[in-house]
Design a protein around this ligand. Structure first.
Ligand SMILES: NC(=O)c1ccc[n+]([C@@H]2O[C@H](COP(=O)([O-])OP(=O)(O)OC[C@H]3O[C@@H](n4cnc5c(N)ncnc54)[C@H](O)[C@@H]3O)[C@@H](O)[C@H]2O)c1
Length: 385
């Protein structure tokens, strides 16, 4: 018999629902998982019926309006921090101080200082943590990391990371919390670049220096029609309000290994939907991964220096955690599956008392990278990490 693990979710929007589904599915994919997640409580302040849906469709035992009540419950062992960025520090610190393990979305605070407070609380309480860097968990990314680590590309020369989206491309898109620094901390930097920086580091090692340009292409947007509108919603008929943060960044990178790189990200790129990927070139080979074809890794290996071609590998059940989801190569996994893998890493961390997978410490590295990018933009210069 395994023990129950009480799950509390704070913020039941897109990510809160994905966290809840992932915990519900955990034992279906990982039957050997050491603990049995139980959806105990959810907290949200939305002005719609999402709390009723949380109880009805997901089976949460308690639906609350105040996250502090959730954190105070003895039957909650893990707090999923899935609200807007501005509540991450407060919820994360309070939950860790109450002895709860954390599954916190990126960015884990509005900036590195807030993220460091979450890290300090987790370390002081001796609880375990998982950070929402789900793209790491794609089996093809795991394979890419192994190929780089095994020297199959030779010495890495340059790394190019692209995170493009169109969620903010429509000028009538609602001015949700993501566009106001008080609530988000930064724009595409915290939202997409935190992922991109983590992916680059996970595959190719630490970034040591960077220089960045940014742009805000759509300076004003209509207020949301409802307070709980997501960033995919259109705005209401009211006056246009100021967008306070960047839509786009382009960075030159230097890695600690000596490799060079680029990182480009936009939330307002017409024609791009989750065009998230990484290209790594080395002295003897190369690889390329695109989230939209998650199960494929394009590789250029074991050929001559010139006139070498890419081939496409499909990940197999032996790559990463693919075998927990599909029995054979070429059968697709989905975005939510990456979150089940993240949930599994956290549950193993709790049972073993030591971390597996991305943690709040990794979120702090990403947050420091984002802060360095903001500094580079404001001072128009290279910044060391
Ligand atoms: N890992 C990923 O790929 C990924 C993808 C999307 C979002 N995120 C991150 O997840 C977080 C949430 O993003 P989202 O897209 O799910 O947002 P969302 O707007 O869809 O949901 C946020 C939810 O939090 C609720 N909320 C707001 N204030 C609250 C409060 N004080 N107490 C409780 N609930 C509150 C809102 O009502 C809403 O239901 C963000 O930090 C975002 O960066 C990560």
């Amino acid at each position: 018999m395994r023990d129950d693990l009480g799950i509390g979710v704070v913020g039941f929007g897109w990510m809160g629902q994905v966290h809840a589904r992932s915990m519900s599915r955990l034992l279906q994919h990982f039957p050997d998982a050491p603990l049995r997640p139980r959806l105990v409580a959810v907290a949200d302040v939305a002005d719609d019926d999402r709390l009723e849906r949380a109880a009805d469709a997901y089976g949460f035992e308690h639906a609350l309006g105040d996250w502090r009540e959730l954190v105070a419950r003895d039957d909650v062992d893990v707090v999923c921090v899935t609200g807007p960025n501005f509540i991450h520090r407060d919820v994360g610190v309070a939950a860790a101080q109450a002895g709860k393990h954390l599954w916190i979305e990126k960015p884990a605070g509005r900036d590195a200082a807030e993220t460091a407070e979450v890290v300090a609380a987790v370390e002081a309480a001796g609880v375990q943590s998982a950070a929402g860097f789900n793209y790491r968990n794609a089996p093809a990314v795991q394979r890419a990391r192994e190929l780089v680590a095994d020297g199959r590309l030779g010495t890495v020369t340059h790394v190019d990371v692209t995170f493009m989206s169109d969620y903010a491309a429509h000028p009538a898109g609602a001015l949700s919390w993501r566009f106001q620094n008080e609530f988000a901390g930064s724009g595409v930097l915290g939202d997409l670049v935190s992922h991109a920086a983590d992916l680059a580091r996970h595959v190719a090692g630490d970034i040591s220096e960077l220089v960045v340009d940014d742009a805000r292409f759509i300076p004003q947007r209509p207020a949301p029609a409802s307070a709980s509108a997501s960033h995919f919603a259109r705005g209401g008929d009211g006056p246009l309000l100021e967008v306070e943060n960047e839509d786009y960044v382009a960075a030159l990178l230097r890695f600690a290994s000596g490799a060079r790189g680029t990182l480009q990200s936009s939330r307002a790129a017409v024609g791009e939907q989750n065009t998230y990927g990484i290209d790594v070139h080395g002295t003897t080979g190369a690889l390329s991964w695109d989230f939209r074809r998650m199960g494929e890794l394009r590789v250029c290996l074991d050929q001559d220096y010139q006139d070498a071609s890419y081939t496409t590998e499909f990940v197999t059940p032996r790559d990463g955690s693919m075998g927990a989801f599909q029995p054979g190569a070429g059968i697709s996994m989905g975005f939510d599956d990456l979150k089940v893998i993240e949930a599994h890493a956290l549950v193993r961390s709790i049972a073993d008392g030591k971390p597996h997978g991305a943690t709040v410490q990794d979120a702090l590295v990403a947050a420091r990278t984002v802060d360095a990018m903001l500094l580079s933009v404001s001072e128009r210069r290279w910044v060391s990490l």
